[in-house]
Structure formats: structure tokens, C-alpha cells
Design a protein around this ligand. Sequence first.
Ligand code: ZN
Ligand code: ZN
Length: 377
Amino acid sequence: MNITFLGTASAQPSSTRNHSSLALHLGGDVWLFDCGEGTQHQIQKSRVKMGKIEKVFITHTHGDHIFGLLPLLASRLNGAGGTTDGTDDPRAQLNFTQQPVLEIYGPLGTRAYVRNSVTYTHTLLGSPYVVHELRSPSDPQHGDFTALNPHNFELPGRNIPQVGGVWIDIFKDGAVSVSAAPIHHSVPCVGFVVTEAPVPGKIDPEMYIPDLKRTKTPMSAMRRLQQGETMKLSDGTVLQGPPRRRGRKIVILGDTFDPTPIISLAMDADLLIHEATNAHLPGVDESTKESDTYESVEERARSRGHSTPQMAGAFAKRILAQKLVLNHFSARYSGGDTQEATRLMGAIADLAAGEFGNEVQCAKDFMTVEVGLNIEQ
Ligand SMILES: [Zn+2]
Ligand SMILES: [Zn+2]
């Protein structure tokens, strides 16, 4: 389980930071979170495999988080612009028995945005897609939020109602589940929580092998014990496998100045990814105005729906996170490897760590973060 940052800029991209996107690797699969402009170029330059992308989660429909979705969808699904008369393009006839190859999740408007863009660009796709929307109580609960009919390549998606202020298990299989909650920004925005199913505990074979041998129990029993099962042997001895350990939890937030509605889902995260658009760095950042104070910078960040490193650090502490990675930086904070950039980003991480009291890293484009199991469990 690891995350590769594909874009870490806020509103303006720069030569060192692309617009928002990150790739979560789960075994062989890749899930993208946000897909700003240029994301597919970033994928080409990274180790992320385009053909492995199965799901895309959109935090909000601001352009810097969604403008790259259409080009990515077209590439992933073998899109093309059709052919002139008399030439057949197999993509013109969709096989409706196909399963969606790409699943997209996002707030109200995501489906309409994708449908309109695919339709008006005359894009033919080689495989279908589906868009599931997270509907807030103030949203229309049904329908597609566009008068345009579904595109031939779009399969019917779910409109997922909020229950108790959150969206539980918008996706779930035997290995992992995804839930979401609204977070406060200048427009409707969500944070996602990816939770791994409990994993088998560490097994000490010496604890079990003598009993298995004595009772001539096949050694394949170890596999069941490893899964945490209880077994009764032929002589009445009861063996109990090691208890399963809690799986990893990753919290990926969209833009926000206050993510408190996601607290109940986000508690005890192994990794929190939180934006830190603006920072006050007198003496470190040369562009700091004399009139700036921490309070004025925070006030400005909040008024635009964003956070400072201290706000991100305080939230990480509140949810008892193990680790915090900051992203979505203002264009003035370079993502390069120069001494100046390293010093500036180190100072930003320190501001967050001062509140958090735990490990903080500032994301750079193409940086990969491993999400390890919490060994204290
Ligand atoms: Zn943004
Ligand atoms: Zn935004």
C-alpha cells in the first residue's frame, strides 16, 4: 500500500508542481484521488501504470481537481474521435454487457461534467465508465443533474445519499472499504477514508506445531490458525490463532479550511493527507509582507476555503493520526530540489509538526509514501 503524488499545486501549477492528483496503489490496482489538468502527463512520467487505474475519486469539482479527468478517461478507455464515412470504428458499437472499466466517484456535478465533456468532444470510447455521486441533503437526491442524455459509453451510476452526515462504504470488497464525509471549503467538497480490512496477526509456529504433530493434524491447519481461527484437535486441545490486526487507514482530504465533519471516520488514521495552501514564514519566505502576521495569513487562507500548516497539524493531532503529509501548496512554494525550496518546505513541515507533535512530510510531485502497518498494534 503506497501513495504517489502526481500533483501538489493549488490554483496555479508551476514548473515543479502540477495540479492535484495522487495515486493509491493497492496490490496491483491503482486508484486516483483527484485528477487536475495534466495528470495523464504526470502518470507518463511516473511509475504509475495508466492501464491499472480502476477508480477515480474526486474531492470537489474545482478545475484544479477535475480538469484532467476527461483526457485521462479517454486514454484509459482507448478513446478516439471517430472515423470518416465508410470506415468502421468498433468503438462506435458499445457492447452493453461489458462491466464498467473505470469507476468514478465524486460530488454532485461530476457525472454531468463527464457526460457533457465526452458528448461535446465527440469522444468514442473502447470501454464503458460509470459515475457514482455522493449526494448531500441539500442536493437533488435523484436524476443526473443534466438534461443531456447518458452517453453510449456511460453505464447507470448510483446516487449515494448521505446518512448521519457521512457516506459509509461507498465501495467495499473483502480487502478494503472507502467511506467519505463532507469537509468545509468554498464549494461542496469531500474527504475520503480508505480502510483496509483487518489483517492476520503475526503467528509463532512454535506455539502450535508440537500440538499439531502430537495429534497428527495436517500442517495445513496452520493456514487456518494464521487467519485467526480457533481449532479443536482430536485430543480435545483447543488452539486459538493470533487475533487479527486492524488494517491500515488512510484519510485523503480535498481542499478545506475545516474538516471537522469527517472526524468520526478519520480517527486513528495511519496517514492523513491534508492541504496547506498558505503559510506565514517571516525570515524564511522572502515574499512575506511586513504587514503579514500569522493571524492575517490564516484569516486569508480560511476566507478562500484553505488551511495553513498549523491548521493541518492541529487536525492531525485531533484525529490521533500517525503521520501527516501536506499537499496543495501555493505557487510560491517550489517543489524543486534546490536548497531554497528544501529550506522553505522544511519550515512548512516544522510549522505543522509544532502543532501535531508527530511526523510531517511536505509532498512533492512524484514522491511516494509507503503506508506501513502500525507495529504497536
Ligand atoms: Zn484546489
Ligand atoms: Zn478547491
